[in-house]
Design a protein around this ligand. Structure first.
Ligand SMILES: [Zn+2]
Ligand SMILES: [Zn+2]
Length: 249
């Protein structure tokens, strides 16, 4: 569970606690909410393979749907890191069991499950109905996300935490990605903001992920299909490059 903590001087206590938790592959992690910069904290599993243990309370089918949604969100084209509700329901129709037989999940069941994932704080649903990763998922499933998706999971250039919502450098080849709150802090006293990596002028209008008020994309292309027919795709097949401007966000 995520709990808020505004206290500083808390770090020693957390470090001591983590020393003990290390033996059981657990760790307290702190971060700032991607949308509003609020400090959040979570008890997280350091063993990435234990997603099943983290997501207790779900049946194997429900966990499979959960993983499909993670896939679709992380692999969404152009670093959107979100999917529309239509795309989320579509994923429910693509579930297969270990024998590659379709798993029956009705539209109603899928809708109820989506509501449960939201209630359990695994995903965020925007006002316009787009699903994206919550801070709970980013903190508690951090190791799983990095091990499963590799380079598709990016880190903020300033705080080094995972970033799925924020700003990117306008230079397509540059790796700089900044959370909104990291960007405001870093550029606060700069008259001519420059990218911390390539020193190109920083626009702060080139975004990744969805801001809360933005509308859901009607159709989301996937960067690569990881689990299609059991084939391990993984590699990006389309060239990166188009900086996405969201002046209306
Ligand atoms: Zn950051
Ligand atoms: Zn740059």
């Amino acid at each position: 569970m995520i709990e808020r903590s505004d206290q500083d001087g808390f770090t020693d206590f957390i470090n001591q606690l983590n020393g003990g938790l290390n033996n059981v592959e657990l760790e307290f992690r702190r971060a700032q909410d991607e949308l509003n910069g609020t400090p959040v904290m979570a008890l997280t599993n350091t063993n990435g393979q234990k997603i099943a243990q983290v997501a207790t309370g779900y049946t194997p089918t429900e966990l499979e749907y959960f993983k499909h949604l993670l896939d679709a969100i992380v692999m969404a084209d152009d670093e959107m890191f979100c999917i529309s509700s239509t795309a989320a329901l579509h994923e429910a129709g693509r579930l297969k069991n270990k024998e590659n037989k379709p798993l029956a999940l009705t539209k109603r069941e899928a809708e109820n499950l989506l509501d449960r994932y939201i209630a359990d704080q695994w995903f965020i649903r925007s006002k316009a109905g787009a699903y994206s990763l919550s801070m709970r998922t980013l903190l508690e499933l951090q190791t799983y996300l990095k091990e499963t998706y590799g380079d598709q999971i990016q880190e903020c250039t300033l705080c080094m935490e995972i970033i799925t919502k924020g700003q990117r450098c306008s230079v397509a080849a540059c790796s700089s990605r900044l959370h909104q709150h990291c960007s405001s802090t870093y550029f606060r006293n700069m008259n001519n903001p420059k990218c911390p990596t390539c020193h190109t002028a920083w626009s702060s209008k080139v975004l990744i992920g969805l801001s809360d008020g933005a509308s859901a994309p009607s159709k989301v292309r996937k960067r690569a299909a990881r689990r299609e027919n059991g084939a391990a795709g993984g590699e990006e097949d389309d060239a990166e490059g188009s900086g996405r401007n969201q002046d209306d966000a």
